[in-house]
Design a protein around this ligand. Sequence first.
Ligand code: SAM
Ligand code: DTB
Ligand code: SF4
Length: 365
Amino acid sequence: MSNLDYLNSGKVRNDWSLAEIEAIYNQPFNDLLFAAQLIHRQNFNPNEVQTSTLLSIKTGACPEDCAYCPQSGHYNTGLSKEKLMAVQKVIEKAQQAKKNGATRFCMGAAWRSPREKDLDVVIEMVRQVKDLGLETCVTLGMLTDEQAGKLAEAGLDYYNHNLDTSPEYYEQIITTRSYEHRLDTLQNVRDAGINVCSGGIIGMGEKISDRYGLIKQLANMPEHPQSVPINMLVAVPGTPLGEVEKLDEFDFIRMIATARIVMPNSYVRLSAGREDMNEQTQALCYFAGANSIFYGEKLLTTANPEAEADSILFKRLGIQPEQRHHSKEQVEEEAAEIVAKGVAKAAEETTSSKKPLFYDATEVN
Ligand code: SAM
Ligand code: DTB
Ligand code: SF4
């Protein structure tokens, strides 16, 4: 087996080197996509894509200075600020998302970290969205272990917290919170037993080695994030990256394929930036192993393709939206619930008819 065949083999590892990731990313495009698609098929239904709908539950005036972000209070992007949304309004939006076919509802807040009283409101949102039968995800900034524990207790399914870029390029993008802070939050989320959603952005003027660096950080976590969003920068005028040169989309596809190869069991999300991609680029992303998208005409504050356009594209490609994902624990829990209900019903019938619940095998007829 050549070294590249070994790297492309889909083995789950947490000790990737930059040189190995570089070798995967830079192989001929057709070889890269073929390897990614093979691994994708070994781990997922290649014709299913998971759909999440996003909602900004608190918008703008963020104290952080993330250079890509229209919601940072450090830049003037003309965005109208909104305080924390009322729970009932969020539930209406979640109901709509469910009706449109989304299976996960992701709520995002422009905070450095949540205040306790705000976290209590978000917890209520999580509970009520879950009751609608949707998976839940929130992204609220940095979390302490205690806060992660509270969210886990409320039944939160996913926490999104991106590394955004390599540790080396990070300081050019954010100065108000460190890379270590981000890794600590992810550790708290993982320890609380919540699924981790973590990825980054490309097209921010980073060097190609920063892309390998981002993938290396994600793939060498103690456990691969269950969900890995790969965002293409949405360049918003007024932010420091508002005028950055547009990314070569082949590089975006390469990034998706590389993430698929080194994190074979993770959902890879074709995340922000689809509004600027044609259908053929998106189709190649799906072929490269992307199996999750943001679904619905808005991301947090910027545009995303209309749900109808995505449905039409799915139909043309023979892609089905993934039905609600059931974890092993959920399946076992539901099975146990069904058995318990059945036993209770049988016991009730037995009491009312005086028939024994189980027959006596020692009894001779
Ligand atoms: N305030 C929280 C935080 O940053 O931790 C949560 C919300 S924040 C908007 C979530 C993520 O959205 C960011 O980490 C970044 O990866 C992504 N994002 C924000 N603005 C973006 C843009 N213009 N283009 C692409 N991705 C963006
Ligand atoms: C992620 O990786 N991308 C989403 C979500 N996680 C929260 C956010 C994209 C935001 C794009 C800019 C905006 O709409 O404000
Ligand atoms: Fe604030 Fe999050 Fe935007 Fe950074 S990415 S400015 S933390 S909302």
